[in-house]
Design a protein around this ligand. Structure first.
Ligand code: ATP
Ligand code: MG
Length: 429
């Protein structure tokens, strides 16, 4: 097959060396999984070079100097060669999945075809032997790749009932690889949607993450919609658990925002038109992200951003309003809020002109010394103590906030003398 060279040329020397060592030991080895798929697609990212082999894990550990028994229970050892890590897995057959998540036992086998048979989708069930330049593709994965068709290996109903994670993997591959699901595979997903409930939050999160990092996450989100997986994915989100009747605007918005996780999540988890209930939206986002086990930092940055997305955009010519907006949104969320607002406009086919004008106006105010926080005031608590003899405490904090508000409102300049004068009048009995 002609496109073999697309993979061959990218295989690292160390992988070839590893395969030659197996060969000399009268074993066989193949490159499998995402590296073959992405290689045939001509995708540029550096993949994980996963190797399937006839050698037992024991034998692999004897053959290489640096090996880590990373997943012996599944027949996987990691071989370190030339500064790279390769997962080398002994050929495995199908077995029973009584819990819908893990095979009950692992059975080593001799034939690569049987190993490929247990894999989820035809495009993931291709093996490549670079020493012989042979592609082993018993399920027509290369053809499906050419047609951008995502098709389950074997009986789709059974495959999704064995492992509910495959449901989300399917949606993810549709987004990342820009593929369409073959109809029988798609109807099996809808019929087996309940299998998703057995999958751990972390594994669901990892798939959603990869989906949201696609050029067009909507391709995957649409699959969730069509297969009724959506309400299961968002079960713990008070509003999204009931799928929107027309999701198009939401999906377009997620695609339109920059490919950054916080921005993509915030676009997905914000109700539009921007509600006055932004606080409720923020709480809902926090709850869902926490249940999905997103890291604490991700939860808080997304929830904070969602909270400020409810703040109305000011007229760019109204300098006081622009200053108030910038400070209420806060320095940490300013860029993100403008980015999401821009995506909403783009998604609705509207002009971003006034948003650009606002961006410039905010920039001007900040360059002109607008103190975004109390810390940027020209006086500190220490000054109030030294100059006015104030004791630290809640009253001092309150005063600093009043001074800050006055500067933002433009009633006083952010200068030490002016602020101290104002302070004296504020504390005068
Ligand atoms: P990527 O690494 O880009 O996320 P991948 O296809 O390589 O995609 P991995 O999770 O690295 O995904 O898995 C490697 C291979 O193992 C897959 O290509 C597939 O053949 C098989 N595989 C992974 N997860 C499953 C699963 N849940 N069910 C069946 N086969 C699977
Ligand atoms: Mg991989």
């Amino acid at each position: 097959m002609s496109d073999c060279s697309a993979i061959s040329d990218r295989i690292p020397k160390a992988a070839l060396q590893l395969l030659r060592v197996l060969e000399q030991a009268k074993e066989r080895g193949w490159i499998v999984g995402g590296a073959v798929r992405d290689g045939l697609l001509g995708r540029k990212d550096e993949p994980d070079w996963d190797i399937a082999t006839t050698a037992t894990p024991q034998r692999v550990m004897e053959l290489f100097r640096k090996v880590v028994p990373t997943g012996l229970a599944h027949g996987t050892v990691t071989v370190l060669l030339d500064g790279r890590a390769f997962e080398v897995t002994t050929l495995r057959g199908e077995s029973v999945y009584s819990d819908g998540r893990h095979p009950d036992q692992v059975r080593f086998i001799g034939a690569i075809e049987a190993d490929l048979e247990r894999r989820d989708f035809t495009v993931n069930a291709i093996a490549f032997d670079p020493l012989r330049r042979e592609l082993c593709d018993p399920f027509g994965g290369a053809e499906d790749l050419r047609n951008r068709t995502l098709r389950a290996v074997g009986d789709p109903l059974r495959r999704f009932s064995e492992d509910g994670l495959r449901l989300l993997r399917a949606a993810r591959f549709c987004a990342v690889l820009e593929m369409n699901i073959e109809p029988l595979t798609e109807s099996a997903m809808a019929a087996m949607a309940h299998a998703l409930d057995k999958v751990s939050a972390e594994r669901k999160r990892d798939e959603l993450r990869k989906m949201l990092a696609a050029k067009q996450p909507s391709r995957g989100l649409e699959v969730l919609f069509k297969t009724s997986l959506w309400s299961r994915v968002f079960r713990d989100h008070p509003r999204l658990a009931t799928p929107p009747s027309s999701p198009e605007a939401l999906l377009r918005r997620v695609d339109a925002v920059e490919n950054h996780e916080t921005l993509r999540l915030a676009s997905l988890l914000t109700a539009f038109p921007l509600a006055t209930a932004a606080q409720g939206e923020s709480e809902a986002a926090k709850r869902w992200l926490t249940k999905m086990r997103f890291e604490r930092g991700v939860v808080s940055s997304v929830a904070d951003l969602v909270a400020v997305l409810g703040i109305a955009l000011p007229c760019p010519d109204d300098s006081i309003a622009v200053r108030g907006f910038a400070v209420s949104v806060g320095p940490a969320n300013l860029e993100g809020a403008l980015a999401v607002q821009g995506a909403i406009l783009r998604a609705d086919g509207k002009s971003e002109e006034s948003l650009e004008a606002l961006r410039r106006a905010v920039g001007r105010e900040m360059a002109g010394g607008l103190p975004m926080t109390i810390a940027q005031l020209a006086v500190s608590g220490g000054d109030l103590r030294k100059e006015l003899g104030m004791e630290p405490g809640p009253r001092m904090g309150e005063l600093l906030r009043e001074l800050h508000a006055a500067v933002v409102q433009g009633t006083v300049r952010n200068e030490r003398a002016a602020l101290l004068t104002l302070c004296r009048t504020l504390i005068a009995p």
